[in-house]
Ligand binder design. Structure first.
Ligand code: AMP
Ligand code: MG
Length: 341
């Protein structure tokens, strides 16, 4: 695979493992199950021969429980999570959180720095504003956007205490939304559970975030199907992955429509406006959080800038990016010569 230079539209990322989409599927040497959680669907596929199937099923159940545990800590949309507590109280006083929530927030603050603020979990007020705008069918005013922007800035406006595991906000009305990173974290944690249970060949996927370990049921590398809209034939490209996290972001399925215009669920934290035109961006990395955060960031930054930034930072030396574009405007972001014929 040509590093950093593939321009694909990811229509769907799927594992080449029999193509079953039913919620409970057992096929030769595979156990596969789908459940609804984290506001999306999660699918776990484990390689196991017939004799190992009951053990694999038990391991998969434990991995799903782990995903739910993380959802219970980090959901932005529920009142009873640690993230909700932080959002209610962290301006008034430092809020103590679990080691896990702290780890994700801390990593997110670092991603805000590494992406020049393109990935920013303090987009909460903007996410709310645009969700309300979508419901009302009316654009937010410039004043509302400007006001929300005063509450954005993870790199400077969140104060973390490593010892006490507390989070504090420095501006009233701030709120964090881990929707762009928590699923990547969660799929890695589910994989850890599977490994601990003796399952070493598996895929965990949740809402466009996938972590792959080991080999498929045929003992070969897992294959991920990628639809390439840049090619006129629109055919499916296949890429092989092994022990990797793959994350796809874009507005291809989550957006609001106001006055006939489509607004992405990904917000540019620098302008307060939803990202225009990034139909789909896939990032492959060693861990789920990196893939998840950078695929969201790349939707904001555009391919040329995102690639430049990834390349200049040695800690992202392993990352690869597959790009996609089809909605208007996105082509402006592409470097000359990058487009496929
Ligand atoms: P993803 O699907 O991983 O790209 O994450 C998108 C979700 O992350 C959105 O639904 C919001 O909850 C949140 N979000 C939106 N814009 C940003 C941003 N610029 N940085 C971080 N999180 C964001
Ligand atoms: Mg993301």
């Amino acid at each position: 695979m040509k590093r950093f230079a593939l321009l694909f539209l990811i229509l769907a990322v799927f594992a080449g493992c029999g193509g079953k989409s039913a919620s409970n599927a057992e096929s030769d040497n595979l156990y596969k199950e789908t459940q609804e959680l984290m506001g999306t669907f999660a699918t776990i596929t484990a390689v196991a021969d017939k004799a190992e199937l009951p053990a694999a099923q038990a391991a998969v159940n434990k991995a799903f429980a782990r995903l739910r545990q993380i959802e219970d800590l980090m959901s932005f949309h529920r009142e009873d999570t640690e993230v909700a507590l932080v959002n209610r109280e962290a301006f008034d006083h430092p809020v103590a959180v679990s080691a896990e929530t702290f780890e994700v927030i801390k990593a997110a603050v670092q991603f805000a720095r590494d992406t020049d603020g393109a990935f920013d979990i303090t987009v909460g007020p903007l996410v709310r504003l645009w969700a309300e705008a979508g419901e009302a069918g009316k654009l937010p005013s410039q004043e509302q956007i400007a006001d929300a922007l005063t509450k954005v800035g993870a790199a400077t406006k969140i104060k973390l205490d490593e010892e006490k595991k507390t989070v504090r906000f420095t501006v009233k009305g701030m709120s964090i939304d881990l929707g762009g990173i928590a699923k990547g974290y969660a799929v890695d944690k589910a994989i850890e559970v599977l490994r601990a249970e003796g399952v070493n060949n598996a895929i965990v996927e949740a809402g466009g975030n996938m972590t792959v370990i080991g080999k498929n049921a045929e003992g070969k590398k897992w294959i991920i199907g990628v639809k390439n809209f840049f090619r006129k034939s629109g055919h499916v490209e296949q890429i092989e992955v092994e022990n990797m996290a793959v994350s796809t972001s874009g507005d291809y399925e989550r957006f609001v429509v106001i006055d006939g215009h489509r607004y992405s669920h990904i917000i540019d934290p620098r302008t307060g406006m939803p990202v225009e035109g990034a139909a789909s961006v896939t990032v492959i990395a060693r861990d789920g959080m990196t893939a998840d955060a950078w695929s969201t960031a790349a939707s904001v930054l555009g391919s040329t800038r995102a690639l430049e930034m990834l390349r200049k930072d040695p800690k992202y030396g392993d990352c690869q990016m597959l790009f996609a574009a089809c909605t208007q405007g996105f082509r402006d972001y592409l470097a000359p010569g990058e487009e496929d014929k």
